[in-house]
Design a protein around this ligand. Structure first.
Ligand code: HEM
Length: 507
């Protein structure tokens, strides 16, 4: 991790400046030592993670990153809240369901993903913005709801998703069939990437009319890089230094970040060429989605996209497929470990006509339960964060806990989904049936977030995951080779090792 960051520093800064940076570093270490020794318990009555002498929680944050630091905080904050001082930041872990809901429901004047630009917090959403540009993630203000609604109409509505169903099915068939080609069996190195590439092709087709040239490998490695950098504390640390030394203006990308944006722009450019080709060859065909989103938000029926639609092109390349691939991979791992559940699911798949949207969307309760249970145990977006913009008191804490401007509040969905206190002694076990006995409203389940800024791509993602899983399990017997896959809590909740499977065609 540190080598990536050093590499980035070298790319961004000329050798002359390195000397200044070193002096800056020494001054900074002095400041850090002083701060650590003199810091008071800023959240009175709330447990603080002291970390190591003098440097406090800083080494832990730098070595392991945010998710591991939050795990530590959760273990010391039995009643749902704890915190750590990390250099200029106060990291608060809120992990009680009522408190999490309260924080996620805060209006943006009280808390947002980046915080006030005046504070330049270390929120990973700042890094994300420098890498992919503006997106709904960082939007605040009156335009936000209008933008959310455009996404929701296109991706979270039953009507618009029913129109995409045939395309999803066609691509799922093509991609699953390609796993074995002409043969009847194949060893797949990482089924997660196969499902990712299906999702990339899906976006290429529905957004641009471009399923084939939306180059899988290229987009995969690019979005892997972005995801890694966005969740890496060093990206924020180096940026903090560069700001301190006035080498960048707040919010502006560094040179290496700008290079990544240029690579994204190239992929988008190729997709746009395909869109223009499609529109030229099919003048009377329905508009592709990126064009629809553009027209909906003030763009023309040809030519450049509206600002809104072109911002979505980057967001989609970074975040449109990984969670879909991971969901497929985790579901297969869980089913492989639980043959009883796999048999029940297979029976449901075989008893329903899965070529009909309504059946897949609404008449497969066991498939729904499997996907929910897999998302409970392995929420791919395992946490999020808010930065406090205006002083507020946590009402649901039952005692006066005052959150102050600039504090970073981390919210772990993984903890809420797997805590035995909240889900009972079998919390760690894969039991899809728990989702069959009515909606678990009293238990915290939020793989797609909660409140006014929850996911706007939720329903299309679930549909794509369902169709891919159905097609895969109908076509093949799937054997997950490693029976001990462990979670890797990075920016997303990944597997430690690639999920290799053997697929054998059913006769
Ligand atoms: C399985 C796939 C997905 C998962 C698990 C997922 C999860 C999430 C979660 C947990 C949030 C809330 C984050 C927070 O509170 O800070 C979120 C927000 C968001 N998601 Fe998704 N997501 C998925 C797919 C998608 C797709 C396909 C799109 C694009 C069409 C998308 C676009 C967004 C956007 C734009 C937001 C921010 C919404 C706002 O700020 O108003 N997501 N997602």
């Amino acid at each position: 991790m540190i080598f990536d960051a050093l590499n980035e520093l070298v790319v961004d800064i000329s050798p002359l400046v390195v000397v200044t940076a070193t002096v800056g570093l020494l001054v900074f270490m002095g400041f850090l030592t002083f701060k650590s020794v003199s810091s008071d318990n800023v959240l009175s009555g709330v447990p603080e993670l002291k970390g190591v002498p003098v440097l406090g929680a800083v080494p832990m944050y730098l070595k392991y990153g945010m998710p591991q630091l939050v795990s530590k905080l959760i273990t010391i904050g039995n009643d749902g809240i704890s915190y750590a001082n990390v250099v200029t930041n106060v990291l608060v872990s809120v992990h009680d369901p009522a408190m999490v809901r309260e924080v996620l429901a805060y209006p943006e004047e009280i808390a947002s993903r980046e915080g006030d630009s005046g504070y330049m917090s270390w929120s990973p959403f700042w890094t994300l913005r420098r890498l992919i540009g503006n997106s709904l993630f960082n939007y605040v203000g009156p335009e936000t709801n209008y933008r959310r609604n455009a996404f929701i109409r296109e991706f979270n509505s039953t009507k618009s998703n029913s129109e995409k169903f045939d395309t999803i099915t066609k691509l799922a068939r093509a991609h699953t069939n390609a796993l074995t080609g002409e043969g009847s069996t194949a060893e797949v190195d990482n089924i997660r990437y196969s499902a990712d590439i299906f999702a990339i092709a899906l976006w290429g087709e529905i957004l641009y009319g471009n399923p084939n040239n939306h180059v899988g490998g290229h987009v995969l490695s690019l979005s892997d890089t972005i995801i890694h950098l966005a969740g890496n504390p060093w990206s924020s640390i180096w940026y903090f230094f560069q700001l301190l030394l006035k080498l960048v203006t707040p919010g502006e990308s560094t040179r290496s970040e700008a290079k990544i944006r240029a690579r994204l722009a190239k992929v988008v450019e190729r997709n746009m060429e395909k869109l223009e080709e499609y529109e030229h060859n099919n003048p009377d065909a329905p508009l592709k989605i990126i064009r629809r989103l553009s027209v909906m938000t003030g763009g023309g029926r040809t030519g450049p996209l509206s600002k809104f639609a072109s911002e979505f092109t980057n967001l989609n390349l970074f975040g449109g497929h990984h969670s879909i691939g991971l969901n497929v991979a985790w579901s297969l791992i869980d089913l492989d470990k639980h043959p009883r559940c796999l048999a029940k699911l297979t029976a449901e798949i075989n008893s329903v006509d899965t070529t009909h949207f309504t059946n897949v969307n609404s008449n497969m309760p066991y498939l729904d339960a499997v996907i929910m249970e897999s998302n409970r145990l392995h929420p791919t977006v395992h946490a999020t964060l808010r930065v406090i913009n205006r002083e507020t008191t946590l009402a649901s804490s039952g005692r006066p806990i005052v959150l102050k401007p600039g504090m970073l509040v981390y919210l772990s969905f993984l903890h809420l989904h797997t805590s035995p206190t909240l889900w009972g002694p079998d919390a760690g076990e894969f039991i899809p049936e728990r989702f069959l006995s009515g909606n678990k409203k009293h238990q915290p389940f939020m793989p797609f977030g909660y409140g006014p800024r929850s996911c706007v791509g939720y329903k299309i993602s679930i549909l794509a995951i369902k169709v891919y899983l159905i097609t895969l399990l109908k076509t093949y017997k799937v054997d997950v080779k490693d029976h001990g896959h462990k979670t890797k809590v990075g920016t997303l909740l990944q597997t430690m090792k690639p999920v290799s499977v053997k697929v054998s065609r059913r006769s």
